[in-house]
Each structure stands twice: as structure tokens, then as C-alpha cells.
Write a protein that binds this ligand. Structure first.
Ligand SMILES: Cc1cc2nc3c(=O)[nH]c(=O)nc-3n(C[C@H](O)[C@H](O)[C@H](O)COP(=O)(O)OP(=O)(O)OC[C@H]3O[C@@H](n4cnc5c(N)ncnc54)[C@H](O)[C@@H]3O)c2cc1C
Length: 375
């Protein structure tokens, strides 16, 4: 006999945990199925840990609509729960007048997406904040900061479990049938397969989400976009951090590893860079320092590349490829594909950490479930 559960969420990354939490707070019975033995072992622990201010995404995109409200909720949540986080601010340095023009456009655009605090600083204004930073001026985002994503995920997990959520670890969703209700195949660590029926299935399996969507008999493939993989490698900075704020250059310098971030403990790192890949491989080669240092020198000429060491890597799942500009997340519910109770989340890259709480509410809305406001 097939077991039944009201709601199943595939994936215990930050997004799946936030969705499970939101469903359970709305009174639903929820089981999370996670292929690893712990929460957040994939992209959610392989990123910059930045809470973004929400001004970098295409206007009217889901990312633009959910980032800022998600960020505001995440700051409030972390500050009220004592989760390590620091609003250290971000500077985006301009190499020349042309880049100052681009940054002025971002400041203007920020007013339309609820980021009125952005300001454009001249070189002297930047020097007052960060004396070591060389540039023609910079965009300053004081709202931006960093969070301990592991502590944040533990808190979402704790809230979810307090509301009755169960997490089945070392268990993968390996197939299913959505033609007459939803029935999933769940494979355990021992290789044994169990069939489970549910009324709601949220596929929040990150890098594994496309494979799950394609394995659902009855879901036409036209509703499952291609997902590309953009690798981001990080190098740690060995020494006193050169800046007290996040520093993010534009264009190729960003793609070549030029972004500087501090974690909540004050350790500095550079990256991630951006390399399109076909395979999931988190290896960070030993010879990346020269490439990264070339990008960093654009705003910090004195950088000593011998202080850069291989750290970790993450992979951004993207529904857009190298030639398709600034794309969006795909959150596909029954209004799109016609299957009641099914929501697929595909290509949930940045700002997934920042927006997880708002993205969870968006998923509930797709399911016709009223989200419960935070206390
Ligand atoms: C280099 C880089 C930098 C980033 N920087 C930032 C940043 O600074 N700020 C920000 O907001 N966002 C950032 N992001 C984006 C952010 O990390 C992601 O949007 C977020 O972690 C996505 O969370 P998720 O839960 O969707 O995916 P994941 O964390 O990947 O979780 C998916 C889970 O699904 C599980 N799974 C997969 N397949 C199956 C299956 N078949 N059955 C069961 N379980 C399965 C996996 O094991 C995993 O635990 C960055 C990403 C990268 C790669």
C-alpha cells in the first residue's frame, strides 16, 4: 500500500527548509526528503553569504520582487534570534567615468525596487570609508551585509521541526507520476524504494531539481527549462582583511574573482569567479591566484597574490546560459503546467539565501495557501 503525506518538499537546502517551515506554520503536515545526511550540504553552504539589497536584478523579475522583502525579513529574523550577521555595507568601485555612469543608473534603479539608501560616492568619499580602495568613485550600499548561513539554516530547521516537520535524510526523490494525483518514488541509502503519495509536492532540490522534474511521468518536458551550471571558486585571504566592507567590481573583474567578502567572523575571501561548466566538480585549483589578483588590482594595486589560497567552490544553477544576460528563477506551479499541488523551483541561484523567506511565501501563494506572518 502507498503511504501518503500531505506535503513533501524535496531538498533541505535553505530554500527547501524555508518552504517546509512556511507550510508547517500554515498548519500543513510536511516531510522533507533530503539525499544527503545533513541539511544545506550543497549550494547553500557554498556561496558568498551576502544578504543582498536587491538592486541588481532585471526589473519586474521574481529575483527583483522577492530579494528586498526577503532581505528585510532576514535581517529582522537574524537580529531577533541572535543569528550571527553583520551589516557591513558594500562598495562597487568604478574604474572610470563610464562605470560611474553605470553605477549612477543602479542607484536610480534602486529607488524603484525599494533600495533608497544607495548612494554614489566620489573618490574622496570612498577614501573616507576605505582608504586602501582606488577608484573613480563607488556605489555604496549600507544595507548589504553578511550572515552565517549555517546558523540561519539551523534556525529554519528548528522552526520547521517545532511545527512538526520531519526530515528524511539520506533519501532521494528518484521519480514519480503526476497524472492522477502525485505519487513519488523515494530511494533510501540502502537502495530500497518506497512509493509515497502526497497532495503537495515542492521540488526545491537545487542542482537536482531538473532531474526530478524530468522524472515525473505526466509533466510535459516543455515545462522543464534547461539548467546551466556556473561554477564560482573562492580564495581565502591570509592576513588582516584589506577592507571592512564587501567590495564588488563590475564586469570581467567580477567574473574573474575580484569580489571581496568578509564572513561574520571577520575572515576575508575573494570570489566567486564565474566559469560555465557541464559537470558538478567543486575542485579549486592551486593556480588561480594570478587570475584573481589581476581582477583585484583594478581597485587594490598592492594586493600580494601569495596571500591567496584555494578555499571552496559552489555552482549556480541557472535557467539562462552565457549568452542570455541577466535571467530569472523559474518557480512553476499549476497555473503554468496544470498539475495541481506541484511546484518546481529551477535555477535558484543568487539571491536564494537572501530571499528564501519571501520565496517560500511565493511558493505557498502558488499553492493557494495563505502564509502566516512572522511574529
Ligand atoms: C558561488 C555562489 C555565490 C552565491 N552567493 C550568494 C549570496 O551571497 N547571497 C545569496 O543570497 N545567494 C547566493 N548564492 C545563491 C544561493 O547559495 C542559492 O540560491 C541557495 O543556496 C539555493 O538554495 P537551495 O535550497 O535552492 O539549493 P541547495 O542548497 O543546493 O539545496 C538543495 C538540496 O536538495 C538536495 N537534493 C538534490 N537532489 C535531490 C533529490 N533527488 N532528492 C532529495 N534531495 C535532493 C540537495 O542535497 C540539497 O541539499 C550564491 C551561489 C553560489 C553558487
Amino acid at each position: 500500500m502507498t503511504e501518503t503525506v500531505e506535503c513533501i518538499v524535496a531538498g533541505a537546502g535553505i530554500v527547501g527548509l524555508a518552504i517546509a517551515r512556511a507550510l508547517a506554520r500554515a498548519g500543513r503536515e510536511v516531510v522533507v526528503v533530503e539525499r544527503n545526511a545533513w541539511i544545506g550540504n550543497e549550494t547553500s553552504s557554498r556561496n558568498n553569504e551576502v544578504i543582498h539589497a536587491g538592486f541588481l536584478y532585471a526589473p519586474d523579475s521574481l529575483r527583483a520582487r522577492l530579494c528586498r522583502p526577503g532581505a528585510e525579513r532576514t535581517w529582522r529574523y537574524c537580529e531577533s534570534r541572535g543569528i550571527p550577521c553583520r551589516r557591513i555595507g558594500k562598495l562597487m568601485p568604478a574604474a572610470d567615468e563610464a562605470e560611474l555612469g553605470i553605477l549612477a543608473g543602479l542607484v536610480e534603479g534602486g529607488r524603484k525596487v525599494g533600495a533608497p539608501e544607495l548612494e554614489l560616492l566620489d573618490a574622496a568619499g570612498v577614501a573616507r570609508l576605505e582608504p586602501g580602495l582606488r577608484c573613480a568613485g563607488a556605489l555604496h550600499s549600507p544595507f548589504t551585509g553578511v550572515v552565517d548561513t549555517h546558523a540561519l539554516m539551523l534556525a529554519y530547521r528548528g522552526d520547521a521541526e517545532d511545527c512538526g516537520v520531519m526530515i528524511a535524510f539520506s533519501s532521494a526523490v528518484t521519480g514519480g507520476d503526476v497524472r492522477d494525483g502525485i505519487r513519488l518514488n523515494v530511494t533510501g541509502a540502502d537502495g530500497g524504494e518506497t512509493a509515497v503519495g502526497c497532495r503537495v509536492f515542492v521540488n526545491a532540490a537545487g542542482l537536482g531539481a531538473r532531474r526530478i522534474a524530468l522524472s515525473l511521468t505526466g509533466l510535459p518536458t516543455q515545462f522543464v527549462p534547461t539548467v546551466h551550471h556556473a561554477l564560482g571558486r573562492f580564495l581565502s585571504w591570509n592576513g588582516q582583511p584589506p577592507f571592512g566592507r564587501i567590495v564588488v567590481p563590475l564586469g570581467d573583474r567580477l567574473a574573474n574573482g575580484g569580489a571581496f567578502t568578509l564572513d561574520t567572523a571577520g575572515r576575508g575571501k575573494f570570489g566567486g569567479d564565474l566559469v560555465w561548466v557541464d559537470e558538478i566538480d567543486y575542485c579549486v585549483p592551486a593556480d588561480l591566484a594570478a587570475k584573481f589578483a589581476g581582477a583585484i588590482r583594478s581597485y587594490w594595486p598592492e594586493v600580494d597574490e601569495s596571500r591567496l589560497s584555494p578555499d571552496y567552490a559552489g555552482i549556480r544553477p541557472r535557467t539562462w546560459g552565457p549568452n542570455n544576460g541577466n535571467g530569472d528563477w523559474t518557480v512553476s506551479g499549476s497555473a503554468h503546467h496544470g498539475v495541481p499541488g506541484l511546484v518546481n523551483l529551477l535555477g535558484i541561484e543568487t539571491p536564494g539565501i537572501t530571499a528564501a523567506l519571501s520565496l517560500a511565501d511565493h511558493v505557498l501563494e502558488q499553492l493557494g495557501i495563505e502564509p502566516v506572518p512572522e511574529e
